[in-house]
Ligand binder design. Structure first.
Ligand code: ZN
Length: 219
């Protein structure tokens, strides 16, 4: 099924499907689990619109490319253009909050990193960003103090809170907008807490954002 941004009640959002702008390392506990250095400036990367998928569509992993890891992340839908914005401009530009997976071909990414190459093929493949429907901004009054979690086959793998981000989400959006214009319909992924790990065919997932639960499964 073709991806379209939706509200929680299933109604379509009148925004085009744009790019996804992501941050590589934004939770200290996740940086430590991968033995990465704490970055001096945020590490940004992008996924194209073809990476977006509805979370309720069975997730298909690329075959024959090694382990694919889940990274559960708060997703922010951009409703207004942001260029060289400040944090307050970013805050009022939010059209919705959701939760998604930054699917990562970890073996491939490690290989690319070792060679000093860009990560695109490990992060930006078709379907690499399954997304939940979006809550209206006033339905998540404290986006910077919100629990997010991921359960795989009934076991909690990732449990975090957005207050543990090193760069807050509105500062992050502002920073991103100094590098790439954020357009209405773009999505910002805000980094993952600790607990990333491999997914396998047939896995069942539960993503939690505050009191909202979203089921997903792997084909
Ligand atoms: Zn990520």
């Amino acid at each position: 099924m073709t991806y379209q941004h939706r509200y929680l009640d299933g109604s379509p959002l009148a925004l085009p499907v744009g790019k996804v702008v992501c941050i590589g390392r934004n939770y200290l506990d996740h940086i430590r689990e991968l033995n990465n250095a704490v970055p001096e400036t945020p590490i940004l990367f992008m996924k194209p619109a073809t990476a977006l998928a509805n979370l309720d569509t069975p997730i298909r992993l690329p075959a024959g490319r090694g382990e694919c890891h889940h990274e559960v992340e708060l997703a922010v839908l951009v409703g207004r253009e942001l260029r060289n914005a400040n944090a307050e401009m970013a805050r009022v530009a939010v059209a919705g909050y959701g939760i998604g997976l930054d699917l990562t071909l970890r073996d491939l990414q490690n290989d690319l990193k070792k060679k000093g190459h860009p990560w695109e093929t490990a992060k930006a493949f078709d379907g690499a960003c399954p997304l939940s429907p979006f809550l209206k901004p006033d339905a998540l009054p404290e986006p910077q103090a919100t629990d997010l979690a991921l359960q795989v086959n009934g076991v909690w793998r990732q449990q975090g809170n957005t207050r543990l981000m090193m760069i807050g989400l509105f500062d992050l959006m502002a920073y991103m907008s100094t590098h790439f214009t954020l357009q209405p319909g773009d999505v910002v992924l805000t980094g993952t807490p600790a607990g990333v790990g491999p997914l396998h065919a047939g896995d069942t997932l539960l993503l939690r954002l505050a009191d909202h639960g979203f089921n997903a499964r792997l084909a």
